[in-house]
Unconditional design. Structure first.
Length: 399
């Protein structure tokens, strides 16, 4: 056997829960998803990510089953697998995993085995943020439902502004010293590792998660995961039926001359002239909406966001894109990826291109978005700086 290079990253996969809500006849991670277990599928995502020591934390008595799953998922990286027995709470299980880290490990990701369909790209994003200097990083997705605070009788006390909320996922990434110290000094049992590290006084930053990284908790979640694996080619190790893909195109143009600040590509651009339009005139977001609706065969932006929808007057990209994702989901589609190009003299995108991609990606629930920008050599209305044009393509996948 060839030994893989010594990694500086470790992923602790916690799989030691009992799965009382799933009631799957075995501890949750060992319940079948396709021909293999939930744990096996989770580990395919882990091993598709950065090279890492993978510590799998399992219930007492399941060490052998876990080793079989982990070796199969690891392929040539099988020597990077460590199996340990978990504890009574999730935090105890995390501590058991951390105690099995090799000496060279500098960055630790903690991942719920129950988030079986988490794409490898999420692992890459979390590691990149820790590498960029963060002590603690969590992947999040926007909250799309309207949220209410309710009292113990079930009466609504107040609404909660969802723009301030985000749903936390795993893998959560930490500098090893930070996580180990927080575990050693823990005074309470926390529901996730970010809460533990935050209680120890560290800032926690976010990166885009992915809607498909939902946690399998109930029987309905298990069914959803199974059905998604039918259309996601990377998601299944059994024989999948042919996935159904559709592409769409959308364009939009807005002229300068609106009120207030410029909003474009989901970002505010202080000091730039605003675009005019029924909403904020964000031509980039509107082109993406049209591309997504076209791909799914759901009409166009006027069908769903016309001037007869006063709630979208003045709305920003986030509201348009989140509602579009809901429309697609209701029709049985999820978004694969989006690519958009802006033609404009102003604003200059170079310095904020990545920020725009992150904002648009977050609004779409974490899917990959590429933004490019170009000028038109002084020709046409964009060349005369009269307005902005945007061209988008989108891929959607049947769920
Ligand atoms: N977990 C763990 N050790 C525990 C409890 C939970 O490793 N003592 C893991 C689970 O295996 C799961 C993750 O933590 O991957 C998130 O927990 P949850 O979804 O609540 O799973 P369970 O505790 O197994 O499910 P339930 O709460 O329905 O019993
Ligand atoms: Mg639990």
């Amino acid at each position: 056997m060839t030994l893989t290079p010594v990694p500086r990253i470790a992923v602790v996969v916690v799989a030691a829960g009992s799965g009382t809500r799933l009631r799957g006849g075995a501890p949750k991670a060992f319940v079948g998803l396709d021909a293999r277990s939930i744990l096996h599928r989770s580990l395919l995502g882990v091993f598709g990510g950065p090279s890492a020591q993978v510590v799998v934390v399992v219930p007492d008595g399941y060490e052998g089953d876990a080793l079989t799953d982990a070796r199969d998922a690891a392929g040539p990286a099988a020597d990077l697998v460590t199996i340990v027995t978990g504890g009574a709470t999730r935090q105890d299980s995390v501590a058991a995993g951390v105690s099995a880290l090799r000496a060279d490990i500098e960055i630790v990701l903690v991942h719920d085995a129950a988030r079986a369909l988490t794409p490898s790209a999420v692992f890459e994003r979390v590691v990149a943020a820790v590498d960029a200097g963060a002590a603690a990083v969590i992947p999040t997705v926007p909250v799309v439902d309207t949220i209410k605070r309710v009292d113990h009788t079930g009466r609504v006390v107040e609404g909660v502004d969802r723009s301030e909320l985000a749903a936390a996922q795993t893998p959560q990434g930490f500098r090893r010293d930070v996580l180990a110290a927080a575990l050693a000094s823990a005074e309470a049992d926390h529901t996730d590792d970010a809460a533990l590290v935050s209680a120890a006084g560290h800032d926690v930053v976010t990166v885009a998660g992915d809607a498909i990284a939902f946690k399998i908790t109930t029987g309905a979640d298990l069914e959803r995961a199974r059905s998604l694996m039918q259309v996601s080619p990377v998601a299944s190790s059994s024989e999948p039926s042919a996935p159904v893909f559709r592409v769409g195109i959308g364009t939009d143009v807005h002229g300068f001359g609106g009120e207030g600040a410029l909003w474009l590509a989901g970002l505010e651009w202080p000091g730039e002239r605003a675009l005019s339009g029924h909403s904020d005139g964000d031509a980039v977001a509107h082109a993406i909406v049209d591309a997504l609706l076209a791909a799914a065969g759901l009409g166009d932006i006027g069908t769903h966001f016309g001037t007869d929808r006063p709630e979208f007057a003045g709305a920003h990209a986030e509201a348009f894109l989140a509602h579009t994702v809901e429309l697609l989901r209701d029709a049985g589609w999820r978004v694969g990826n989006v690519s958009v190009q802006v033609q404009a003299n102003r604003p200059r995108f170079a310095a904020r291109r990545t920020e725009a991609e992150q904002a648009l990606s977050a609004a779409l629930g974490g899917v990959a978005v590429s933004v490019s920008a170009t000028t038109t050599d002084g020709l046409g209305f964009t060349g005369r700086t009269e307005g902005v044009a945007a061209f988008a393509t989108a891929l959607v996948i049947a769920v």
